[in-house]
Design a protein around this ligand. Sequence first.
Ligand code: NAD
Length: 250
Amino acid sequence: MANRLEGKVALITGAARGMGEANARLFVQEGAKVLVADLLDAESERLVDELNRSRRGHAEYAHLDVTRASDWGNAVARAERSFGSLHILINNAGILNMAGVEETTESEWQRIVDVNQKGVWLGMKMAVPAMRRAGGGSVVNISSIYGLIGSGGAAAYHATKGAIRILTKTAAAEFAPINIRVNSVHPGIITTPMVEPIAHVFRQKIASAACIKREGRPEEVAYGVLFLASDEASYITGSELVIDGGYTAL
Ligand code: NAD
């Protein structure tokens, strides 16, 4: 099936690389106009150039630090100015710190909360007025399996990913009357630059503990995000889509 996002405008955070990049590529392929938003200017500009060379390319880049309200204001205004409206928000930007409860410093805790948790709240706060003007839309918040289960490390990461899960559900209730759906996605271990610093043996251990004994690919998550973003998911809100090769099934 193609054209699953025909006529839609999407803002994707953390879209310079990894899963956000895979989302941007798939969304353009499916007919969306995409605002690539990230801190990495050079990588994002390169991606946007490439997307615009494709047959269906309608992409622009906005420098957006998800912790800054003024950046959000500029990005949302840019989407409306360049593409006419905003229907889809993918809150994908996130950072990982492996430190456990005792090792996490106060400043590191705050940094992870600011990006992973505050960033998702601020994104919805700043984008919803534009989505309301567009007549409604879909928000997809990228959490993690570590928003559902523990692992014995990455304390701040777990805390923020769990917070995203429940924030998603209350936002779903708040925004249903204005025709905006809000869902969370919970990937298992996916091969992206985020997991490169993690020791190979640890990655192998996680991958082999899933029913499907390998790491996931960014596109395999992007197809789930696409479904939730599209009108095909018109009766789905406040839900959590786990894409983890069956890791949490066992
Ligand atoms: P990645 O590190 O490859 O990409 C993350 C992107 O977010 C980068 O382009 C980075 O520049 C951007 N970013 C970081 N801080 C930002 C900020 N303050 N403002 C704007 N952009 C910012 O990571 P990824 O693996 O593609 O992860 C994407 C999302 O998926 C994250 O929320 C991550 O927590 C989540 N996730 C990843 C995995 C995995 O195994 N890779 C598993 C579960 C969930």
